[in-house]
Design a binder for this molecule. Structure first.
Ligand code: SAM
Length: 249
């Protein structure tokens, strides 16, 4: 078993490759997914706004609704946020760039409901949302080379060993991001956890399809509304880092 230590403030968190591989080997069974196997979850307990609202669950929405979603995803340049929290960033971005299409994943269903309602109230029609685990949906929903930008902002570091398989920045999920991005597409990430920043950079830069972090891409996102975590960090003076990785062309 390879074991690596990353510093996180006073804590340290490990990367337990054996545990990760074990969980990922059973990924198709829903193991390691947040909320468990989506096929077994009693989702009727957590209602989304009814169709045709632009909110979906891959395994529970009607085939017609998913078909509409797929048409939406293919119809314009596409940006996807994973872990949108309350959604301030993505809602603002969808309002600023009406000619682009946006998709946001957030496993907390109440936040997704609220975001859908806020978007409807604001007349935003270029944003769809889901409370599915993005890791389950993305490879099932999208074709290779179809995404312009992924935003993964202040992701949970999941440093407890039993939660490690939930991390977004692990090689198998970085493979998915690389596959789905268009050539020249951008993976934009941020974190206020120094150890996780090291891990993000190391895992993405080790991937043959990504170029090294390029801060010169920051101006393309200069008008981005802060996420809720980012606003909190600004308020308490906690430092954070942004990363911009372009996929090779
Ligand atoms: C630390 S919060 C940051 C939220 C927001 N990006 C911000 O900066 O304020 C991370 C969010 O990602 C969500 N999340 C974590 N893993 C996810 C996944 N695989 N799919 C969808 N959402 C996820 C969590 O529920 C949580 O709300």
């Amino acid at each position: 078993m390879t074991e690596k230590i990353y510093k996180v403030g006073p804590d340290e968190f490990t990367v337990d490759e054996a545990r990760l591989q074990q969980a990922l080997a059973r990924y198709h069974e829903g193991k390691g997914l947040i909320g468990g196997d989506p096929r077994k979850r009693p989702r009727w307990l957590h209602p989304l706004p009814p169709e045709p609202a632009p909110a979906f669950r891959l395994l529970q929405s009607s085939p017609e609704h998913i078909e509409r979603l797929k048409e939406f995803l293919a119809a314009a340049p596409l940006e996807i946020e994973i872990g949108s929290g309350p959604g301030d960033f993505i809602l603002d971005r969808a309002q600023k760039y009406r000619e682009r299409h946006f998709l946001a994943f957030e496993v907390k269903w109440k936040l997704v409901r609220e975001l859908t309602l806020r978007a409807q109230k604001a007349g935003v029609e270029n944003l769809w949302v889901s409370d599915d685990d993005a890791r389950f949906d993305l490879p099932r929903l999208l074709s290779p080379n179809s995404v312009d930008v992924f935003h993964i902002l202040f992701p949970d570091p999941w440093w407890k060993p039993k939660h490690q398989p939930r991390r977004l920045f692990v090689p198998p999920f970085v493979d998915v991001l690389a596959l789905l991005l268009k050539p020249g597409g951008v993976l934009r990430a941020a974190t206020d956890v120094p150890g996780y920043a090291d891990l993000i950079r190391e895992v993405v830069e080790a991937h043959p399809d990504f170029l090294p972090h390029n801060p010169k891409l920051a101006p393309f996102f200069a008008d981005a509304h802060p996420t809720s975590r980012q606003a909190f960090c600004d308020k308490i003076g906690r430092p954070y880092q942004f990363f911009y990785f372009r996929k090779i062309t």
